[in-house]
Structure formats: structure tokens, C-alpha cells
Design a protein around this ligand. Structure first.
Ligand code: SF4
Length: 436
């Protein structure tokens, strides 16, 4: 029997992209094959993000575009997955007539049954959150490239006041370490040369058998010295010296730590319920720089959170200068319904002030990133080749251990190879070099 075709679009964080690989695996086990061509699809899944209002508006716009495919193919089914599905639940079926299936992040095993219901013409929904679902026994379908995600835990219990994730992804639960190490071995045998261990808050990983994140990271690094290991995302309150020492000890654990700070002001950190102070955070940064001097540092920052004063904003600016981040993800505060912040505070920073402050930190980060890259000119780095460079077929691109993109003439190298590159010049975003 000819396989039916599933077209998937994924929005948002790395966790969602990893989940889509799990969904792909479940559906290919149920007589579907993945297609990149929406016009060929029998089934369309959108894995959605709810972190900011803008993310949800993009999904609604996309649904309007899919309407025309449904007109031509009435038997075509459309499913919404992920955080927006979990946040809005039944409301979405009322608001978006073209949607047949609504599924939350913990109910993907139920997709085949929900599709059967939808094929009878009824709407199908499952948004139950689970206390133990980790999809540990499902082999995510790995698409292309030499790097892959491995999701090691699900959910978050930090309840930062602005964040919807604890409501859309539920309580924290960690996968059994053996299943994670097996997956890393399998991926390495399949030619993968870099894995990123994923979780909303990886450093609070704790398996039922008591394995903590530092030990798990070491065990994955021990799979093979040619397998690079990265991880995201860390919460500063759980960043232990033991974890930093583990990163320093194993050459194939990458010297790059993404440590979201969100704000440099203690007043804002308190209102955000981030559970650390500016001083605590800078203490962690100092520990990283002491134990891993060349560690690359990146972060997330919210501009214009409720009640943010100009002084609070300048505290963020001064913290960025003090740390000297290599790069950062920066956003305007977007109030999310039913979060603690939406209930307790007002979104009172005017849009133009949010925009001006955001632009100031973006401009500052551009300077910091360029300064960081300029310091690398003349240095030699081991680069893991990932792709042909976007700019020229004669060039390859890859990343150094600090997660910086490096572009260089290709010689006879290919994705998956490790090459030594000397940096000869740079842009704020890219290092440019030659193989030595
Ligand atoms: S740590 Fe905070 S910001 Fe991150 S997912 Fe959890 S609640 Fe959201």
C-alpha cells in the first residue's frame, strides 16, 4: 500500500525541533512518509511555539495559507502540536476552523488514534500533560547533517513569572541515562559528530537512579572522543562548579555555555522570579572564566519587562559589558496570558521605550560579538565541518569548540571532518580563515 505523506513545519525552540523528530518517528511507524512539499501532503502538522504573541500570530497566518490546500483536497487533515496547542486547547478548534487535530507536547504517542477520529470528520484533541512521559523508547528520525539533538528531560518547574513553558510543557522529568547514552552511540555510528543535550533546564537533570547532569555529560562524552557534546539550556541557579569542572576536563565537551540572564537588575530579576541575583550570576560567570578561560558565553535578555526603569535597563547594559558575551538572544517583553506576571503586574513599559532599549542592547551586543571575533584573528581552532558555505560553493563552514561559525576554502574536506583553521579575518557574526 502506498504510504501517505506527512508535511511538518516546526516553530520555536530546539526542544520543538527535537519533538518533531519524535513525531516523525511515530508517524513513519504508522504508514506515513515525510514530504517537504506541502502540496503533496495528506496530513499537515505544525509544531507550534507560544513564547511570545508574535510566534502565535505567525501560526495563525500560516493556517490561513493552508486553507487553500484544504479547498483543493477536502480529505487533507491539519494538526496543531506543541505549546500553542497546549496553551489554547479547545479554544483553537473554535478559532481555527481549518484545524482537525490539537495535540499537546506530552500526547504525541496518541497521534495515530487522533488521526483516525479526525478521518471520521470529528475534531480530535489530547492536551493531557504527563508526569513521566519522556519518549525515551522512541528513536527520533534524524534528518540531515552531522549534528543532532538528544532531548534528555522535559518540562520546567522554575515558574519564571513571564514564562508559559511550565504551563505548556508541565513538570520536570528526566530520561533514563542509559537510553540517552545508547542514543548517542547510535547517532555516532550513523555518522553524527556532534550532539546537543536538550531540556528547558538541563542542569536540573536528575534520573530516577540519581544520575545528575555533570555525570550524564561525562558519560556521553565518553562515547567517543570524536563526538562533540553541547547542551542547552542552563538555569544559572543550577550551574554547579562540578558541571563547569566536567566541561573543562573533557576536550570533546564544547567550551560554550548558554546562560540566560534575562536582566542585569536585581529589581527585575526578583519580579521575574529568576531565583538569583546579579551578584550570584556574575559569581557563576567568574567561576566559568576561572575554570575555562576561553569559554564562549551567550545569553538571553528581555527588554522592557513590567516596571523596568531606565536604571534597571542600564544595569542590564553594564552587566553585558562586564561579561562580554560572544552572542545573545534579545527580545522585547511580550506579556503572556495566565502567567504570574500577567496576573500580578501590568505591561507598563511603552512599546517605543521597549523598542529603543532593545535596539540599544542589540547594538551593544553587535560590538561585543565583533570585539570577541577580532580577538580570534591569528588564532588556530579545530573546526567541525558542517556544510558548504552559504556564500560560496568553494568554501565550507563549521563551528569551533566555542560555537562560533568559521568559513574557509574547502580543499578536499567534507561535512563531519575535523580541520585545523587559522583565523585571518572576521565579521561580527563569522570568523574567516584558512586550513593549516
Ligand atoms: S527556566 Fe524560566 S524561562 Fe526557562 S522555560 Fe523554565 S520557566 Fe521558562
Amino acid at each position: 500500500m502506498e504510504k501517505r505523506k506527512l508535511y511538518m513545519e516546526t516553530y520555536g525552540c530546539q526542544m520543538n525541533f527535537s519533538d518533531s523528530q519524535i513525531v516523525g518517528s511515530i508517524m513513519t511507524d504508522h504508514d506515513f512518509e515525510i514530504t517537504d512539499n506541502v502540496a503533496d501532503a495528506d496530513l499537515i502538522f505544525i509544531n507550534t511555539c507560544s513564547i511570545r504573541d508574535h510566534a502565535e500570530q505567525r501560526i495563525r497566518a500560516r493556517l490561513k495559507e493552508f486553507k487553500k490546500y484544504k479547498k483543493n483536497r477536502p480529505d487533507l487533515k491539519v494538526g496543531l502540536l506543541g505549546c500553542m496547542a497546549e496553551r489554547l486547547k479547545e479554544q483553537l478548534l473554535e478559532q481555527e476552523q481549518s484545524v482537525d487535530i490539537i495535540v499537546g507536547p506530552d500526547a504525541y504517542r496518541d497521534l495515530p488514534r487522533l488521526l483516525n477520529i479526525a478521518e471520521t470528520g470529528q475534531k480530535a484533541i489530547n492536551v493531557l500533560l504527563s508526569l513521566d512521559e519522556t519518549y525515551a523508547d522512541i528513536n527520533p528520525i534524524h534528518t540531515k547533517g552531522i549534528s543532532s539533538f538528544i532531548s534528555i528531560m522535559r518540562g520546567c518547574e522554575n515558574f519564571c513569572s513571564y514564562c508559559v513553558v511550565p504551563y505548556t510543557r508541565g513538570r520536570e522529568r528526566s530520561r533514563d541515562p542509559e537510553t540517552i547514552i545508547d542514543e548517542a552511540r547510535r547517532l555516532f555510528a550513523d555518522g553524527i559528530r556532534e550532539v546537543t543535550l536538550l531540556g528547558q533546564n538541563v542542569n536540573s537533570y536528575k534520573s530516577d537512579s540519581g544520575t545528575g547532569f555533570a555525570k550524564l555529560l561525562k558519560d556521553v562524552a565518553m562515547v567517543d572522543p570524536l563526538l562533540r557534546v553541547r547542551f542547552a539550556t542552563s538555569h544559572p541557579k543550577d550551574l554547579s562548579d562540578e558541571l563547569i569542572e566536567t566541561i573543562a576536563k573533557y576536550p570533546n565537551i564544547c567550551n560554550s555555555i548558554h546562560l540566560p540572564v534575562q536582566s542585569g537588575s536585581n529589581n527585575m530579576l526578583k519580579k521575574m522570579n529568576r531565583k538569583y541575583t546579579r551578584e550570584w550570576y556574575l559569581g557563576r560567570i567568574e567561576a566559568i572564566k576561572r575554570l575555562i578561560p576561553d569559554c564562549a558565553l551567550s545569553t538571553d535578555i528581555i527588554a522592557g519587562f513590567s516596571g523596568e526603569t531606565e536604571e534597571d535597563h542600564l544595569e542590564t547594559v553594564s552587566l553585558m559589558k562586564h561579561v562580554g558575551y560572544d552572542y545573545a538572544f534579545m527580545f522585547k517583553y511580550s506579556e503572556r496570558p495566565n502567567t504570574v506576571a500577567a496576573k500580578k503586574y501590568t505591561d507598563d513599559v511603552p512599546e517605543e521605550i521597549k523598542g529603543r532599549r532593545l535596539q540599544e542592547i542589540i547594538d551593544l551586543q553587535q560590538e561585543l560579538s565583533h570585539k570577541s571575533n577580532l580577538k580570534d584573528i591569528g588564532k588556530e581552532f579545530e573546526v567541525l565541518v558542517e556544510n558548504v558555505s552559504k556564500k560560496s560553493q568553494k568554501e565550507l563552514s563549521g563551528r569551533n569548540i566555542g560555537n562560533k561559525v568559521v568559513v574557509f576554502p574547502s580543499a578536499d574536506k567534507k561535512p563531519g571532518d575535523y580541520v585545523k583553521v587559522r583565523v585571518t579575518s572576521c565579521t561580527p557574526a563569522t570568523l574567516i580563515g584558512e586550513i593549516v
